[in-house]
Design a protein around this ligand. Sequence first.
Ligand SMILES: Cc1ncc(COP(=O)(O)O)c(C=O)c1O
Length: 414
Amino acid sequence: MLLETETITQLDIAKIRSEFPILNEIVNGKPLVYFDNAATTQKPRQVIEALANYYEHTNANIHRGIHHLAEKATADFEATRRRIQKFLNARLPEEIIFTYGTTDSINLVTQAYGRAFLKAGDEIIISTMEHHSNIVPWQMLCEENGCILRIIPINEAGELLMDEYEKMLSEKTKFVSVVHVSNSLGTINPVAEIIEKAHAVGAKVLIDGAQATSHIDVDLQALNCDFYAFSLHKLYGPTGMGILYGKEAILNAMPPYRGGGEMIKEVTFEKTTYNELPYKFEAGTPNIADVVAAKTAVDYVEKLGIEAIADYEHQLLSYATDALSNIEGLRIVGTAKEKVSVISFLVDGIHHQDIGVLLDQQGIAIRTGHHCTQPLMQRLGIPGTSRASFAVYNTFEEIDRLVTGLEKVKRMLG
Ligand SMILES: Cc1ncc(COP(=O)(O)O)c(C=O)c1O
């Protein structure tokens, strides 16, 4: 089998691993193998220290204070906004709204944009492979205002049927909301084409980038989507913090989502006027510490280089795909041509949950179940899968341990 030293990568994986303290954990007597990165990535020491540093040296509420700490906290908070603007190549920092995660970002769009601009009979297109976070908020909106949800089908490999998508588009289509990268299958969707075709009929587009920003280069101005949502905890950053990108003109036209705090200009009992972007959408005290530490996470990713990360993860994916395919009775679910380092699989006669439990006993963390994509599982005719998802700190040796672990599970239960 391939040794780690034989890989061609500019990245020093041993050094990277040494920066993630949690990778030293012993689980059930074995060194941890963490293959649940699609759920959340682990955090480098730099991010953990940035969080502690914020609470030790800066902690204050932002925007309203005139004392030293409040000014410092505000400056650090706003520095993250500019950092993320650059990272994603958004046009303006005001187009970057801090939310609590992808789910929160999508709900902001369905509630603020959807309620104001979508009406009964308007069609909203999503796809079969959406995460529940990009299904349920749209269903709630449809129930409320009578919009119609249409679903792009997929093929057996887990790729969108683009012909069917094109057939669905009409002057009735007012919104398209699709996932950039599938969390269950790893499929990278052709979002540039999806956006262009939606715009041709005058529809707005949201891209759920929860699984994309840690694996592929995202250039928002090149993509030209109207909204883009993602969570920092899947990008080596803290939990409880996400981004909604929106084009300035659209965000300006939208009513606010939540009321209170920094989102006002002036309040009287007769009438309230609202703040400018981005504050109009940031009601209440935000998650300041996590926003501040998120900048360190983005710095970290940029220092490694997203292309170098993608290249290395692709090697892991190819290696794991070959190795797992050699296991008798194992079937990979999701074989799209364009994929990130996510592998869902089934093993004949063994329930995915049993696989997860028995691998955990060997110190290997994977995820099992429907991965919050129940309609996708229904389409595939399966209750769920086992899923191994790789990040930049994973190694070929760890994949060997997964293979050995699965062979053991088969001997025990097969
Ligand atoms: C594709 C996709 N969309 C949305 C989400 C929801 O993200 P969060 O729980 O951070 O809001 C996830 C999380 O797994 C995801 O994978």
